[in-house]
Design a binder for this molecule. Structure first.
Ligand code: FUB
Length: 325
């Protein structure tokens, strides 16, 4: 079976966060580029410096590129690496959340505000207070409560915050090797959508026996690419396992967890990273993901693709069409 086509081919795109706003499907991806930074396990070669927004009226239909909606030079606190973004809508405003390294080289999460889903977005002059690491993903619940999920191991620096203070000795491809896994983080967002209104806590993932996933369980432990969606009243937390290259998910009755591991959504794709989002559009559910097929496997030059997903009676996810081997 042939694989899916990229949604656009005029740019390299990755880390797609999809949302439906005003009956249109919007995708907020990373904008990959070649800047000749050598490859390493710290992800330094992912050297992106701006964001585009894409929209479409139907999956498979024409895709509009709304152009550059935010660029590095407009954000005073950023030194480099605009990684995987996400967007949210609340109280008449649109919010673009993005991770980047600050002037000290530490990953933080910033927010930029716009009046339309396609931007432009005006960045706040400082990163969100108390934010750290990468891959922000927002979830606004039916009662209006908003949450920010985030975190990424190795180059994403999640392991550098064991006690709320940045530990420089943990920079690089490092993570715990025993005990419980290092989990993603979540905090409730304030009404302003620009600050945390709660302490940040672990997004705990339990195994079938009710025990936290172990650090050594690389097929199931959280690595990066947090995403939260709701289906039939249950909260689904999905994520990448990084060095084992799976997209997995876990289910809870609460947006704060604990979540129980429920399975894999996607097997490894071409390229090292795998990163996704899940959204319902016009009555069908879709997985938005990327691979490196458009660059013949160059890991930091990726392309966004879309696949339909299905739920069984127990709420378990499967791809509508099998993934090509
Ligand atoms: O795009 C840069 C990084 O690669 C993202 O932040 C990770 O999730 C991985 O996809």
């Amino acid at each position: 079976m042939a694989d899916k086509d990229p949604i656009v081919t005029h740019l390299f795109t990755a880390d797609p966060s999809a949302h439906v706003f005003n009956d249109k499907l919007y995708i907020y991806p990373s904008h990959d580029r070649e800047s000749n930074v050598p490859f390493n396990d710290n992800g330094d070669h992912f050297d992106m410096n701006d964001y585009h927004v894409f929209s479409m009226d139907s999956v498979g239909g024409p895709v509009t590129d709304h152009g550059i909606v935010l660029k590095q030079e407009d954000v005073p606190w950023v030194s480099k690496q605009l990684w995987a973004p996400d967007a949210a809508f609340k109280n008449g405003k649109y919010y673009l959340y993005f991770p980047a390294r600050d002037q000290e080289g530490i990953f933080r999460v910033g927010v930029a505000v716009g009046d339309a889903p396609e931007g432009p977005f005006k960045p706040e002059p400082e990163a969100i207070e108390g934010s750290f690491s990468i891959d922000p993903a927002t979830f606004v619940d039916e009662d209006g409560s908003a949450y920010l999920y985030f975190g990424g191991l190795w180059g994403g620096q999640l392991q550098c915050w064991p006690s709320g203070k940045f530990d420089e000795s943990q920079i690089g491809p490092k993570e715990p090797t025993s005990g419980d896994a290092l989990f993603a983080k979540v905090g409730k967002l304030g009404e302003d959508m620009k600050s945390f209104a709660s302490d940040v806590q672990d997004v705990v993932i339990l195994d079938e026996a009710g025990k936290p996933i172990a650090a050594q369980d690389h097929d199931r432990r959280f690595f990066e690419a947090a995403w939260l969606h709701k289906y039939k009243g249950k909260y689904y937390f999905s994520y990448s396992t990084g060095d084992t290259h799976f997209l997995c998910y876990a289910i809870s009755d609460s947006p704060l967890g604990p979540f129980t591991y429920a399975g894999r959504i996607l097997e490894p794709v071409i390229g090292w990273t795998t990163h996704h989002s899940i959204a319902e559009f016009k009555g069908k559910w879709y997985l938005f993901y990327h691979d490196s097929s458009m660059s013949n496997g160059v890991t930091h030059l990726r392309c966004v693709k879309i696949r339909e997903i299905l739920y069984d009676e127990e709420g378990k996810i499967s791809l509508a069409e099998p993934q090509p081997k």
